[in-house]
Design a protein around this ligand. Structure first.
Ligand code: HEC
Ligand SMILES: [Cu+2]
Length: 363
């Protein structure tokens, strides 16, 4: 498979299309794809059928009494009715107490189970950040989609860079808040290989709903193969292609375009080597150091006309990654030597590109 397509392919909406139709789903519920899903659904359906039962009994009796004891004429006077019945009152207190106690015990056991990962669990760190997820595997590999082995407990240790997020994998019946300044944990054991949606259920900010990605459960033995391949994927590619893959994979394109149009952030087209107007006044030549600083400390020099909303990638992108991204950005302004036609026809927002290029290009 083409390596670039491979790197980008997983995040296409196509992999999320079977949102409700991957395994045989029930009327209410997505597929049960984890070891906890069956228990969670049992409690759900117990509460559901209990509610249906009592709804039918109470509303049915009410309707029947309305008809049966209706006033039949002007002379129909209400008779004396008992105001007290100890046996009846004990019954209608005891039954709900027993029912809720049973539900509490079953629910609490499930809650403890979901909160306590087996000691042998495979650990993946999760970081929520406006507006995407980062999953870090024990070998240091970082991905935007979650990949896990089948039939093996996986613990997620989760924190947030900014606001409260909430990680939800409906098919696993797993949901937990991801809070800045602390580590929350959850775990699951996926039972059925496949791809399932993973989303953020925190809806207090504009972009949480964009935090829709997927969890891929690999067949036995395939997870290690995947991790190995992905971790070495970039090392095997020419730097500019590896940079292109990283830019896609890290969500840069949510805010930056490649075609010259300004989005939430400035376009990458013809950025390298240009002179950038800074909000606090002055201009900076977009050389390697400027790009590196923009990625690690975005607030250090904010581009005029844009808001300082870019998240820092410090700790997420290694120096090697940044070097490949720079190599990719060079190809977008014709300075990497890969696209001579870009040099011939610079973009409309080109600002002194050619002059700066000669000064800043470093072999
Ligand atoms: C949430 C939106 C967002 C994401 C995601 C994002 N950026 Fe940005 N970026 C911005 C904004 C807004 C600016 C302009 C304001 C500033 O300089 O901080 C910017 C500025 C930049 C600049 C300076 C651009 C210039 O014209 O001078 C570079 C380089 C850059 N980003 C690279 C990246 C890379 C690489 C990634 C991915 C690893 C990325 N950005 C992810 C929003 C984003
Ligand atoms: Cu979120």
């Amino acid at each position: 498979m083409n390596a670039l397509a491979h790197a980008a392919g997983g995040s296409t909406p196509a992999s999320l299309r079977p949102f409700l139709a991957q395994l045989p789903d029930s009327f209410w519920m997505p597929a049960q794809a984890s070891s906890a899903a069956g228990d969670v659904d049992t409690v759900f359906y117990a509460i559901y059928w209990l509610s249906v039962f009592f709804f039918a009994v109470i509303v049915g009796l009410m309707a029947w009494f309305v008809v049966r004891y209706r006033r039949r004429g002007p002379d129909d006077v209400a008779g004396r009715t008992p105001s007290h019945n100890v046996a009846l009152e004990i019954t209608w207190t005891a039954i709900p107490v027993i029912v809720s106690a049973v539900l509490f015990v079953v629910g609490f056991k499930g809650f403890l189970n979901l909160a306590t990962a087996p000691r042998t669990a495979y650990e993946i760190s999760v970081t929520g950040q406006k507006w995407q997820w980062f999953f870090t595997y024990p070998n240091g590999h970082v991905s935007n989609e979650l990949h896990v082995p089948v039939a093996q407990p996986v613990r997620l240790t989760m924190t947030s860079e900014d606001v409260i997020h909430s990680l939800w994998i409906p098919a696993f019946r797993v949901k937990k808040d991801v809070v800045p300044g602390r580590y929350n944990r959850t775990w699951f054991q996926a039972e059925t290989a496949g791809t399932y949606p993973l989303l953020c259920t925190e809806y207090c900010g504009t972009g949480h709903s964009d935090m829709l990605t997927s969890v891929t459960v690999h067949e036995p033995g395939q997870f290690e193969v995947w991790l190995d391949q992905e971790s070495n994927l970039l090392a095997d590619l020419p730097p500019a292609e590896a940079g292109a893959a990283l830019v896609k994979r890290n969500g840069c394109l949510q805010c930056h375009s490649l075609d010259g149009s300004a989005q939430i952030g400035p376009t990458f087209r013809d950025l390298f080597g240009s002179s950038v107007a800074i909000r606090d006044g002055g201009t900076i030549i977009a050389d390697e150091n400027y790009i590196r600083q923009s990625i690690l400390e975005p607030a250090a020099s904010v581009v005029a006309g844009f808001e300082p909303v870019m998240p820092t990638y410090a700790g997420k992108l290694k120096d090697q990654d940044i070097t490949t991204i720079i190599a990719f950005l060079k190809t977008l302004s014709g300075l990497g030597g890969a696209e001579p036609e870009a040099q011939a026809g610079p973009g409309p927002d080109d600002s002194g590109n050619d002059g700066a290029a000669a000064v800043t290009e470093v072999p």
